[in-house]
Design a protein around this ligand. Structure first.
Ligand SMILES: CC(C)(COP(=O)(O)OP(=O)(O)OC[C@H]1O[C@@H](n2cnc3c(N)ncnc32)[C@H](O)[C@@H]1OP(=O)(O)O)[C@@H](O)C(=O)NCCC(=O)NCCS
Length: 443
């Protein structure tokens, strides 16, 4: 599935090229995508496919539209090939099982080969690129009593390094090999790695380029599906997905839960597949999308202590007004929280003035610094606005001492006089002595 209204090219025809009308359609999307980060996760088998050259032309098109592309590649196909030609058995091909010494050695060779093919292809398209050592990893260790040896999990992505390259118009290439605490190589599954890279960079899309036409559910390709539906399906009817689709689905869910809004699964063997998936109205693969407000829920009494600790630092810096644990507990009904992997990373309050039902106040907006600039703050206020509107509120009020410009320049609030506040609220405003700016927004 896709994002835009461009006439879809016929994916079956290798003669298909982007028509001028399509180009006009694509150009409409330039402002929307410009500066965004797309993480392309390319299966090793796609690098070996004859369409790979065309795929890199698509990558060059994305770059020319101002999209920042990061390539994460797999090596499974090449690893199996090497194992067969050299007659060296491997302990696992995709980085999810045990990696013994021989497998690690072949994986490093396969990885160098695949990265090199990508370097050649990008050079052909006159794109600057660099293979990075940006993945810090930790050994997976012992699982169910079995030592996973040289299999690793991501510890940290060197975001600064990758961002530096992107800002210099250099396309980063990330291999499915990470570097452990002692700088030794560890094999990492590339699908999982792509999700981790996307999370760390705040990417707007992960695009898995696979040798399959998309997410297959009950034998049919699903063009788009919400993450909630997919999660429920995996839990209740995992048998409806084949093994490959299941693995991609799990990584897609993980990427979305950590803040990547859209994950695409595209057949990398299809001519113009990548471009059509992103810019055509029908798309050629599968899109898994986040439900906009899925991570937001009402707070409960069990969250009180956590909310108190979450906002304590902001209170110290006078960004938020002080509330005791008791005060939070008493007003817990006003709180909404944003969760990632069952951890609360942001909160907001919505307070309905009893004496002015057409007004409501949004407050205690706080996002953990690690999650800043990923749209969480905006989403929390949008959510509160939606809830307020549902209750018949016509004007939303926000009070802020230090982040008022977030409300005015980012969220479209306007500064106003404190006299807009109902009497009881004006009284507590005066008593607090914090003198916040008062802003309003018509819903
Ligand atoms: C203010 C805050 C809620 C923003 O949350 P966030 O999740 O980082 O915001 P979003 O990702 O939705 O929006 C990011 C945009 O807001 C801008 N922004 C963030 N804080 C801003 C501020 N204080 N003033 C102006 N713009 C601000 C960013 O530059 C970014 O702009 P861009 O999209 O043009 O790049 C967060 O910084 C925070 O929790 N601050 C500490 C607590 C606080 O001050 N709360 C408000 C009191 S009511």
């Amino acid at each position: 599935m896709s994002n835009g209204p461009v006439t879809p090219a016929n994916p079956a025809s290798t003669a298909t090229t982007i028509k001028p009308t399509d180009l006009r359609g694509i150009l409409k999307y330039v402002p929307r995508f410009q500066g965004q980060i797309f993480v392309l996760a390319i299966d090793g088998s796609i690098v070996a496919d004859e369409n790979f050259g065309n795929l890199l032309v698509d990558v060059a098109v994305l770059r020319s539209l101002g999209i920042k592309v990061v390539l994460v590649h797999g090596i499974g196909h090449q690893l199996v090939d090497l194992s067969e030609t050299r007659k060296i058995p491997i302990s696992n091909a995709d980085g999810t099982g045990v990696t013994d010494t021989a497998t690690l050695d072949l994986a490093i060779r396969a990885s160098s080969r695949v990265s090199h093919l990508i370097l050649e292809g990008l050079t052909q398209n006159t794109l600057k690129c660099a293979i990075t050592n940006s993945v810090r990893a930790l050994p997976t260790g012992i699982l169910k009593g079995v030592d996973q040896q040289f299999t690793g999990k991501v510890d940290r992505i060197d975001k600064e390094f990758i961002t530096h390259l992107l800002n210099a118009d250099i396309l980063p290439i990330i291999q499915p090999i990470g570097y452990g605490p002692d700088a030794r190589s560890l094999r990492i599954n590339s699908d999982l790695l792509a999700a981790e890279v996307a999370e760390s960079l705040g990417a707007s899309k992960v695009i898995y380029l696979t040798p399959h036409p998309g997410l297959e559910i009950n034998g049919e390709i699903k063009r788009d599906i919400s993450v909630d539906t997919l999660r429920a399906l995996l839990k209740e009817h995992p048998e409806q997905l084949n093994e490959l689709s299941r693995s991609k689905a799990m990584h897609a869910i993980r990427a979305i839960e950590t803040g990547v809004p859209r994950v695409h699964i595209v057949d990398g063997r299809t001519f113009d597949g990548l471009i059509n998936e992103i810019f055509s109205s029908e798309g050629v693969g599968s899109l898994i999308y986040a439900n906009d407000y899925q991570q937001i829920r009402k707070a409960t009494k069990r969250d009180v202590r956590f909310l108190y600790n979450l906002t304590r630092n902001a209170v110290k810096r006078e960004e938020l007004r002080h509330r005791t644990q008791q005060a939070i507990e008493k007003n817990i009904d006003q709180f909404y929280v944003y969760e990632i992997d069952e951890n609360i990373i942001a909160c907001v309050t919505l307070y309905f003035y009893p004496d002015k039902p057409q007004l409501a106040e949004v407050g205690s907006l706080y996002v953990l610094p690690f999650y800043h600039n990923r749209g969480v703050g905006r989403k929390m206020v949008d959510f509160a606005s939606m809830r307020a509107k549902e209750k018949g509120v016509t004007t939303l009020v926000a009070l802020s001492t230090q982040s008022y410009s977030f409300f005015t320049s980012v969220l479209g609030f306007q500064e106003t006089e404190k006299s807009v506040l109902p009497d009881a609220r004006l009284k507590s405003y005066e008593e607090s002595g914090r003198n916040p700016k008062v802003m309003i927004k018509t819903l």
